[in-house]
Design a binder for this molecule. Sequence first.
Ligand SMILES: Nc1ncnc2c1ncn2[C@@H]1O[C@H](COP(=O)(O)OP(=O)(O)OP(=O)(O)O)[C@@H](O)[C@H]1O
Length: 309
Amino acid sequence: MNASTHPSSTLRPADLSLHSRAAQQPSASAQLSAVNLSYGSQAVLRDLSWQLLPGQVVGLLGRNGAGKTTLLEALLGLREPQAGRIELFGQAAARIDDAARARIGYVPQQSDLFEGFTPAQLLAYFKSFYPRWNEAKVEGLLSRWEIARDKPIARLSGGQQQRLSIIRALAHEPDLLVLDEPVASLDPAGRRDFLRELVDQVLDRGTTVVFSTHILSDLERVAFNLAFMSEGQISCQAPLDELIEQVRSVQGSTAQLQSLVGRLGAQVLRRHALEDGQARWLIRLPADQPIPAVELQALNLEDLFMELT
Ligand SMILES: Nc1ncnc2c1ncn2[C@@H]1O[C@H](COP(=O)(O)OP(=O)(O)OP(=O)(O)O)[C@@H](O)[C@H]1O
């Protein structure tokens, strides 16, 4: 592991080994199979298959317009794909029952808070819909995040509204938490608090969490699973430390690269053609394989984002 990437203060949810425990895979919190979703002639999700296992914390990465919001909305049953199957807790996402719905928390990209309400009124309103509601958590977060309980929501700052939206999504202790760019208008202290809250949520309750973000430095602080979205699919998903250890860039003739990949048993993630018959490939080495004595270039998270999205 690269010490500069994961300082000793790295927050580490207990979930991350789940990803590799294929033998005892629990049933997925969310499962998407061969999903296709287009807006008119624009195909955004293309034969996309993906699953979120209980207790996983997944950071969803992709360039602007890659389809992250579309994917999260489809996953929640808010957008019907033209083809494919989406299940939440084993039920068709578009038709889940109230009990399954109560197990989901969602923070949309565009806050949908009722601006005429105060935070206290808003939270009281939502409390009436849920069988479970953690008042102590709500009160604790309102105080810690300094949100005025009785000020109209319209007069809260963008960051305060976003924090309120997060509190609302955490209050009923969901088993699946979906957040679309939840930290976009939070300052660094707010983002740190938010990440700590997410980790606590996973440690305390084993919540499955998926959130989209563009702030890569946050992901380096927490040992999340990362899912890279590109060309309408999840092109790669793995814990960040595994990616840092296993993904390498290597250059040579196509024949040399082909032979190297075969010898190492590596997976080719990207192929870039260069001039003069040369090529540069992004490869993923098998786990627990000693790094071979060939010129392989390591990548940091920003490199991975540039390559895989
Ligand atoms: N309601 C819609 N009608 C038509 N096209 C849409 C609609 N919503 C999104 N799109 C298009 O689908 C593509 C994916 O958009 P989406 O919002 O899912 O991407 P994103 O990865 O969340 O982007 P960003 O990082 O900028 O938030 C974009 O090209 C967008 O213009």
